[in-house]
Design a binder for this molecule. Structure first.
Ligand code: PXG
Length: 460
């Protein structure tokens, strides 16, 4: 039992000395942060002893759930053997070699190389540099522009935030940097208007072709997208979207960057989101589920088409991080992949637990607040609306409350009853650990309905 004074001390010190990511640090200092002290399976506990079902797997990352001793042991062994060495100056280390091979085994067949980083953001910074270097080496240096999407998320560093299409991020710090363009997102529920999902999917994909023609095909280097937008609100493109994007990318000879930071490592019920949609990426940025979040590690998986050009360069590629392929992180990622494979967790998600989650999740559709319930694999979302027919929100974007108010109420109500949900605007998101069992899914859906009921009380 942690004494009450300790929690207060932690909160005070946190308020005095810690600036939180994506937070209003002033308001948080007043309110006091929630101190999470331990976790097991799909649950976490705060310093006041409250238990929460973590329907968000930390931050879309704890795919194996909490408390896997094998991952702890892998880290301990590696720390004793070789806690650190770099990959520069013609060196490598055994865990990174084994991890590179294991990744090539699970990736689509044309992807056989990985460049390691420490996070998803670093992976997307790496992609930007690799894409431009690739076209230089191919003798087409004018191909510099990368096209991303509004409301896409590719990280928080300068390149990551620029490639992403989050307006509030762009407004802070003069982003995007030059050479990055954005097109509309395939968000049928929010932006599809009177079109059918199929029509809207094609319409949203055609925006890529229009942008290529506007910028000039000889100036466009690549297109970047998440298979399913995560932070943007679990936006699942209509079936017509990805085939048309793939056609356009091929026709104009662009490089395709499929950001697998969330969708990778089983989240969709396939190893990668690219497998789920049948995509042929040239680059797959990865992070999060690569180590189930136990240690920070990311990477860029690279197609043979690109790797061959880099290998034939005959010159150094001046890019890399102190912690590229950190041996302890690599050892934990390798053990994480071993468990995912040996326990056939991705297969279990695909055939058993994800269909169960999706079926139960759909049952929320009848709730008066729910305009749409959707999901794929271990990703699921609900849209909170006032009018299901017109898809109108409770508060418009320009009202004093703004969209997002209802989502925030719902998230706070969920916390009160021991459930961690993520709100993006008025869209509620879940992305639980892949190891969640059926009875825990029942609990997740039961608590979500309870949080919705409590939200409705606030609004009436
Ligand atoms: N790409 C995608 C698709 C992501 O979701 C990143 C890149 C960046 O990864 P790092 O490791 O640099 O954070 C992400 C990260 C949220 C939230 O609130 C989502 C992310 C990060 C922080 C918050 O949904 N995704």
């Amino acid at each position: 039992m942690i004494p009450e004074e300790t929690t207060r001390e932690w909160q005070q010190q946190d308020a005095q000395h810690h600036l939180h990511p994506f937070s209003d640090s002033g308001a948080l200092a007043e309110e006091g942060s929630r101190i999470i002290t331990r976790a097991h399976g799909v649950h976490v506990w705060d310093s006041e002893g409250r238990q929460y079902l973590d329907a968000f797997a930390g931050l879309w990352c704890v795919n194996l759930g909490y408390g896997r001793q094998e991952l702890v042991d892998a880290a301990t062994r590696q720390m004793q053997e070789l806690p650190y060495y770099n990959l520069f100056f013609k060196t490598s280390n055994p865990p990174v070699v084994a991890l590179s091979k294991a990744l090539a085994e699970i990736a689509p067949p044309h992807i056989n190389h990985t460049f390691f980083t420490g996070s998803g953001s670093e992976s997307n910074d790496t992609v930007l540099r690799m894409v431009r270097r690739y076209w230089d080496l191919k003798g087409q240096p004018s191909r510099k522009t990368i096209i991303g999407r509004e409301n896409g998320y590719h990280g928080s560093t300068v390149a990551g935030a620029s490639l992403g299409g989050m307006k509030p991020m762009h407004e802070q710090g003069d982003l995007p940097i030059p050479g990055i363009e954005h097109i509309c997102q395939p968000y049928w529920y929010g932006e599809g208007g009177d079109m059918t999902p199929a029509e809207f999917g094609l319409h949203a994909a055609k925006a890529l072709e229009e942008k290529i023609l506007e910028v000039g095909a000889k100036n466009v280097a690549a297109f970047i997208a998440e298979p399913i937008q995560g932070a943007g609100g679990i936006i699942i493109p209509p079936d017509t979207y990805w085939p048309e994007i793939q056609r356009i990318v091929k026709q104009y000879d662009l490089l395709l960057i499929v950001d697998e930071v969330i969708c990778g490592f089983g989240r969709t019920g396939e190893w990668f989101g690219s497998d789920y949609f049948g995509l042929e990426p040239d680059f797959m940025p990865i992070a999060k589920g690569l180590s189930s979040g136990y240690l920070p590690i990311g990477g860029v998986m690279v197609s043979d088409r690109v790797a061959d050009v880099f290998k034939a360069e005959g010159k150094d590629f001046f890019h890399g991080f102190t912690y590229s392929g950190h041996p302890v992180c690599a050892a934990v990622a390798l053990e994480n992949l071993r468990i995912l494979r040996e326990e056939r967790i991705v297969e279990k998600v695909k055939h058993e637990t994800a269909p169960y989650l999706q079926e139960k999740w759909q049952s929320l559709s009848d709730h008066p607040l729910v305009g749409e319930a959707r999901g794929v694999g271990m990703l699921a979302a609900i849209e909170l609306v006032k009018n299901k027919k017109t898809r109108t929100r409770y508060f418009s974007e320009d009202s004093s409350e703004g969209t997002g108010k209802v989502g925030t109420i719902c998230r706070d109500e969920a916390l009160k009853i021991g459930l961690i949900l993520r709100a993006t605007g008025d869209t509620m998101l879940v992305s639980p650990p892949l190891v969640i069992e059926k009875d825990e899914i029942d609990e997740l859906v039961r608590l979500t309905r309870k949080a919705l009921d409590a939200t409705l009380v606030h609004l009436s």
